[in-house]
Design a protein around this ligand. Structure first.
Ligand code: PRP
Length: 209
């Protein structure tokens, strides 16, 4: 049996749909449950229902053979896992945004030591270091757009999908850092000891994609 760390929510439905089409039936994922581990013996899959940011950790330590996680979260976690497939859903862009009222159109116009709130402090720090711009990155866990609204930060680094949250909070994009989609990742040891099972699953998913 292969174990897969996934996170609950909208994106799990997309993955469940891919598995069904790949002939790995997983009705268990549709069931309303508080269980944190669910199995589909028919598909030979055990699902570990984790928080998104923890998925790379479960996979790196081998607590899960595989994981499904956004490229944004994967890049921030910086874990030693093998990226197997771009699942091509959950597309979003990581951006730098500021209040429209600031009248800034480029990151180079940010004041020295500007504060930047983000759920992705590692990626944000790396981005501004690469640009040679001195900022103070303030880690937050969610609702990042609040930062500039209440005077915590001048800018944010966050993901945007439809752009609605930015617009409704008076923020404008001044740079893009990366595109992100959901990825299938694997533990490096599992990749060797469960090679055949993983290859079969990857090939079936690739067929669907
Ligand atoms: C994400 C992101 C933005 C929002 C963007 O938040 O952090 O806040 O979605 O989506 P949009 O461009 O379609 O408006 P999420 O819903 O994951 O919650 P969070 O803010 O608590 O992280």
């Amino acid at each position: 049996m292969l174990s897969i760390a996934v996170s609950k929510g909208r994106l799990l439905d997309s993955f469940a749909e891919i598995l069904e089409k790949a002939q790995y039936p997983c009705d268990v994922l549709q069931e309303e449950t508080r269980k944190l581990v669910v199995e589909s013996s028919q598909a030979g899959l055990r699902f570990i229902l984790a928080k998104p940011a923890d998925v790379p950790t479960y996979v790196e330590y081998g607590a899960a053979d595989l994981g499904v996680v956004g490229k944004d979260t994967l890049a921030e976690a910086d874990k030693n896992v093998a990226e197997l497939l771009d699942l091509d859903y959950g597309r979003c862009t990581m951006i730098v945004a500021v209040p429209q009222s600031l009248g800034i159109t480029d990151v180079s116009e940010l004041d020295f030591n500007s504060r930047v709130a983000s759920k992705y402090p590692g990626i944000a720090t790396e981005f501004f270091n690469r640009k040679g711009i001195q900022v103070e990155v303030i880690p937050l866990h969610g609702s990042i757009e609040l930062g500039p609204l209440i005077g915590l930060s001048e800018a944010i680094v966050d993901i945007t999908e439809t752009g609605r949250t930015l617009v409704e909070n008076g923020l404008v994009v001044i740079d893009s850092i990366m595109e992100s989609t959901s990825r299938l990742v694997a533990n490096r040891v599992s990749l060797k000891v469960k090679r055949q099972e993983i290859t079969n699953l990857v090939n079936a998913i690739e067929g669907v994609l």
